[in-house]
Design a protein around this ligand. Structure first.
Ligand code: AMP
Length: 215
């Protein structure tokens, strides 16, 4: 199963990708998580990426394409994978198609998550992430058992710097201009499936699994 989860920042792609990946025992590849790990570890790649991420812009294509190519080529992705947050530009989508062609495999489905813009802003501004294991919560929708602490590892929950209101606006603009053209791109390739991303995590999961079970 080779899937791409597509949609604006904050639509819930990451949360759903995590659950589907666990259910089907395939890895979730989140370029955002890979980059944030690089930033936290102050690797050369992380330091380069940071300047784009804090402004809400996209990290250069060659950087993220390299990250994804390495992951997809690894043995853990042999049975499939879920790409979360990649591709984000037409150039990245073309590169993905080349990587898959070289491996003689195809992309099965692109799940396109749709929610109203107002809800996107609400979800992003209320999102909190674990400072250590990157688990994701929401101040109203997905609350931890102990306020401000991660259920998984007990570390402090923090707001991602790019989830602050000013940066959210730039990220949504970048999505509209550079990423939303991928909707038509994948429609033309007949792999796009549209998914209503509103409602609870469980409701979206049910809809998503129903869509995935259709051939
Ligand atoms: P995300 O966690 O997917 O919302 O990504 C957080 C940030 O990482 C984005 O706002 C970008 O700055 C950067 N990023 C993640 N994935 C990509 C990508 N495929 N192309 C370029 N930049 C990316």
């Amino acid at each position: 199963m080779r899937l791409v989860f597509l949609g604006a920042p904050g639509v819930g792609k990451g949360t759903q990708a995590e659950m589907v990946a666990a259910k089907f025992a395939i890895p979730k590849i989140s370029t955002g998580d890979l980059l944030r790990t690089g930033v936290a570890q102050k690797t050369p790649l992380g330091l380069e990426a940071q300047q784009y991420m804090t402004r809400g812009g996209l990290v250069p294509d060659n950087v993220v394409i390299g990250l994804v190519a390495e992951k997809i080529g690894s043995p853990e992705c042999e049975k499939g994978f879920i790409l979360d947050g990649f591709p984000r530009t037409i150039l990245q989508a073309d590169a993905l198609s080349e990587i898959l062609q070289e491996q003689e495999v195809v992309l099965d489905r692109v799940m396109y998550f749709v929610i109203p813009r107002k809800e996107v802003v609400r979800r992003l501004s209320g999102r909190r992430s674990c400072s250590t294991c990157l688990a994701v919560y929401h101040i109203d929708y997905v609350t931890p058992k102990q306020e401000g602490r991660c259920d998984e590892c007990g570390a402090a929950l923090v707001q991602r710097s790019d989830d602050k209101r000013e940066t959210v606006e730039s990220r949504l603009m970048v999505y509209k201009e550079q990423t939303s053209p991928l909707i038509d791109y994948y429609k033309e390739k007949n792999v796009l499936a549209e998914l209503d991303g509103t409602g609870s995590v469980e409701q979206v999961q049910e809809r998503l699994l129903a869509l995935l079970s259709r051939s």
